[in-house]
Ligand binder design. Structure first.
Ligand SMILES: Cc1cc2nc3c(=O)[nH]c(=O)nc-3n(C[C@H](O)[C@H](O)[C@H](O)COP(=O)(O)OP(=O)(O)OC[C@H]3O[C@@H](n4cnc5c(N)ncnc54)[C@H](O)[C@@H]3O)c2cc1C
Ligand code: FES
Ligand code: FES
Length: 478
């Protein structure tokens, strides 16, 4: 790839940047270039004050405005993209009638007091507006400290009512709807170099593997919702980043009668939509995973690659017997996710190797006739929080309602996401009954030795390990 400049479109204007750091966050760039409408609250992806709308693709590959936290997105990742910030909603000679419909609704319902959070709410509502689905979930990743949420929720309802009354998402002549219909959907390759940093975005798997062989010390960047925290706070330098966002194999979701294969760099919000209803345990965990802006960027490969013991999706994948397709220039290999994590933040991934995809079988264990599966997340607050314990269970039953296959997987109880294998084996052949579950609970209490930390004590975690299994039985049997 010949070196390419860093270009992107901001509020309709194409910008051409030279010698900026490709790991500088978009939020920092906006502030430094006096575009101060976008606000910084936490710098951690938690408050939504920095929300912007970036053109991405929906589950059908069509262009879509997506709300994202600009505090977590490095400039390298926005090359070739179209971005709308709150300033982009302004029109010449601004009058109230010229406000964007989501702004007008916020004015009408009194949805802003100090106004600091307002640009973020507006941009989340803006992105949802062009999906035709403006609701409470559209703003789940936005915090407000002074208005109270009711007026903001009323604004969202008013926008929905207006769209329903009109019978179309956007009014005729809406310039953002027009831009959407003309937007490019694919990302171009990028080879960007500043004085001290390089940022590659290959568009072929083979080129990615060659780059990794050449630069084994490079950092792979998927959605950047983990790595972005270091970028936002300048905690680490990133001399060489390789983006995984433009490689077809890592962006595809393939479904057959027997399995689903999910590209490692598919954003979670696409998985949420495209695979909804296939795996109840996955649906449930995605619902509680961060908030919309993060799910629009975060990926399954990143959740596995970060190897956190409190990552929420590895327990689900363990419970579903997922396998990973890994690739390097030396070849490809398929490994069970149960064999992937080797210790605290350690995996079997070799230098030069990348997670290409995750396969989840759709078939019951041979000899079983029925499957029960679900997942649970316990945190300090309902949404947008880190797990104290996450759990995912799969039980396959035979014709006599006896346990034929069992997977009990947990996060937050050991140095890695982990299965309670001894208890799984103990359950085999037993009837699926409250009595069996009550007998399993003391065994589950003893199977792990979790740590005490700020979020919860070891004793509390042990009780959760057992009680969540009982909750699963009660909920799934009623
Ligand atoms: C506000 C906020 C809320 C969050 N909430 C949750 C939550 O509820 N539950 C949860 O589990 N996590 C949560 N996270 C953490 C994060 O969003 C997830 O871990 C996410 O899945 C990471 O994916 P990513 O694509 O953004 O990873 P990145 O940040 O791009 O990468 C993470 C790591 O994985 C490596 N990597 C990425 N892709 C690959 C690949 N294909 N092959 C090999 N290595 C790879 C990278 O090199 C890096 O080391 C949250 C983060 C934030 C900021
Ligand atoms: S500043 Fe809080 S989410 Fe970005
Ligand atoms: S209006 Fe002040 S923080 Fe929301």
């Amino acid at each position: 790839m010949p070196p390419t400049p860093l270009t992107f479109t901001l509020n309709g204007q194409t910008l051409y940047l030279q010698d900026v750091s490709p790991s500088m966050t978009l939020l920092r760039y906006l502030q430094q270039s006096d575009r101060t409408g976008t606000k910084e609250g936490c710098g951690d992806g938690d408050c939504g004050a920095c929300t912007v709308a970036i053109l991405g693709q929906d589950a059908n590959g069509n262009p879509q405005y997506q709300a994202m936290n600009s505090c977590l997105i490095p400039l390298g990742a926005i090359a070739g993209r179209h971005i709308v910030t709150v300033e982009g909603l302004t029109v010449e000679g601004l009058a109230e009638s010229e406000l964007h419909p989501v702004q007008a609704a916020m004015v009408a319902t009194g949805g802003s007091q100090c106004g600091y959070c307002t640009p973020g709410f507006i941009m989340s509502l803006f992105a949802a507006y062009y999906e035709g689905k403006v609701d409470d979930l559209s703003v789940e990743g936005n915090l407000c400290r002074c208005t109270g949420y009711l007026p903001i929720r009323r604004a969202a309802q008013a926008v929905m009512q207006e769209q329903a009354a009109r019978g179309s998402i956007a009014a005729p002549g809406d310039r953002f709807a027009t831009a959407l219909s003309q937007a490019p959907v694919s990302l171009p390759p990028l080879d960007y170099r500043s004085v001290t940093q390089q940022f590659y975005r290959p568009t072929h798997l083979q080129i990615l593997l060659e780059l990794l062989q050449q630069h084994p010390q490079a950092t792979l960047l998927a959605g950047g919702t983990d790595l972005g925290l270091d970028m936002s706070h300048d905690r680490r330098s990133f001399p060489l980043l390789i983006s995984l966002e433009a490689i077809p194999e890592l962006q595809a979701i393939e479904q057959t009668d027997t399995q689903v294969e999910i590209g490692a760099a598919v954003p979670l919000s696409r998985i949420e939509t495209q695979l909804h209803g296939l795996f109840p345990a996955l649906d449930e965990m995605l619902h509680w995973f961060a908030a919309r802006q993060v799910r629009n960027r975060a990926t399954l490969g990143g959740n596995i690659g970060t190897a956190s013991p409190i990552g929420d999706l590895p327990p689900v994948l363990l419970a579903l017997d997922a396998t990973l397709q890994l690739a390097s220039l030396q070849g490809t290999r398929r490994v069970a996710i149960a064999d992937f994590f080797t210790g605290y933040r350690q995996t079997i991934l070799q230098p030069g190797e990348v997670i290409v995809s995750i396969q989840i079988p759709q078939t019951l264990f041979p000899g079983a006739v029925r499957r029960i599966s679900n997942s649970y997340k316990v945190g300090k607050r309902g949404t947008d929080d880190i797990s104290i314990v996450a759990a995912a269970f799969t039980i396959d039953l035979d014709e006599g309602d006896r346990i034929h296959h069992a997977r009990l997987a947990y996060g937050g109880v050991a140095a890695t996401p982990i299965r309670a294998i001894a208890v799984e084996n103990w359950l085999l052949g037993k009837p699926w009954s409250l009595d069996t579950v009550q007998q399993a609970k003391p065994l589950l209490q003893e199977v792990f030795t979790p740590l005490t930390d700020l979020r919860g004590s070891a004793a509390y975690r042990k009780r959760l390990v057992a009680n969540l299994f009982e909750k699963f039985f009660v909920e799934e049997s009623s």
